[in-house]
Each structure stands twice: as C-alpha cells, then as structure tokens.
Design a protein around this ligand. Structure first.
Ligand SMILES: [Zn+2]
Length: 190
C-alpha cells in the first residue's frame, strides 16, 4: 500500500496505547519503515541506460525491509529512545507487521504482479508469504481504508489534542487541533 496508508495504520497503533510523544513517533514510523527498501528507486533511476545499471528497486524492494530480521533491527533501534521499552517494542513490532499484512493483501502491481513477502530473508526461503487474492495498489479498498484512516486521525486529533503533525511542528499541530475544535465544538473531549 502507499506510504501514507502505512503511516496512518502505524499512527492508529501508536494511538491505541498510553505513549509519550516520542514513543508515538517511533511506533508510527515503524509502520512505514519496511518501505525504506524502496529508496533504491533513486539509484535505479539514475543508473538506467548506463553501462552499470543498478536495479536496486527492482531487486530489493519488498525484500530487504519486508522481513523478520529488519523488524527486529527496527525494534532494536527504537527501544533505546523509549521510556516504556517493552510496550514500545511490542507496538513497533505490531506496527511493522501490519505493514507486511497490508502489503500482502493490497499491493499488487499495475501489471498484475503479486508482491510476496520473503519473511525469513536472508535466511530460509521456505516462508515466503503470498496471497493470490491480493488486490491492486490503486484498488478501491485501499482508497476506502486511507479515507477511513484520515477520518479517524482527525477525530483522534480533535479528542486528544494532538495529531501526527506533532512529529514535525508543535505549532502546526496545535493549529490543526484548534481549527478542528473550533469547527466541531460540540461533544466531550477525552
Ligand atoms: Zn511495503
């Protein structure tokens, strides 16, 4: 699925527990971390047509970052920054694995190619996960899911007083919350 959808799923996981601001960021970022292996697209694009083509995106996207080893690596990176270490470790793993699940169900390429998840890479190839019913990246369930996640994110921001914008700017975050609460003044806030 798209990085936006993955991030918002991660944000929902982060919002499901009592975490501080930094911990919420760690859990939400874990939701998009697997797609770090897609950054090879820059190298692949730049070397296309040259004598030394590097197909880092074609060869490694959905491979390098979409596996258990990378999940444990990301968790090990995140935990030292957390106050509630066990809780954050569990939620980072959950957020990461929801990314894999979302890719498994809804990341089919435009040419009909089914992405599989080499879960035990670089070790055994025995546990390569794939689902024949995988729908396309631009299929309607992904749009419905993303729209629902945006709505839930806004509602949570209205209720709790913070949104994912807190990760980049406290002022922008406060402005969004203030706007939402001005627009929808009724109801109790948790
Ligand atoms: Zn992915």
């Amino acid at each position: 699925m798209s990085p936006v959808t993955h991030f918002l799923v991660g944000w929902m996981v982060a919002s499901a527990a009592e975490l501080n601001r930094r911990e919420r960021a760690l859990v939400a970022i874990a939701g998009i971390a697997p797609d770090a292996d897609g950054l090879g697209i820059v190298v692949e694009f730049c070397t296309r047509g040259t004598q030394h083509e590097l197909n880092w995106w074609s060869d490694y996207h959905h491979v390098l970052g979409h596996n258990l080893t990378f999940a444990l690596f990301i968790t090990a990176l995140a935990v030292p920054f957390a106050q509630h270490r066990w809780k954050v470790a569990a939620l980072v793993l959950l957020s990461f694995h929801l990314h894999l699940f979302c890719d498994l169900v809804g990341a089919r390429g435009p040419d009909g190619h089914i992405w599989d998840i080499p879960y035990l890479w670089p070790g055994s190839k025995a546990l390569t996960l794939a689902w024949s019913g995988q729908w396309k990246l631009n299929a309607w369930p992904n749009f419905v899911l993303t729209a629902g996640l945006i709505a839930m994110t806004l509602r949570l921001a209205w209720r709790r007083g913070y949104s994912p914008l807190e990760m980049v700017s406290s002022r922008a975050d406060a402005a969004v919350v203030a706007t939402l609460r001005r627009r929808f003044p009724a109801g109790e806030k948790k």
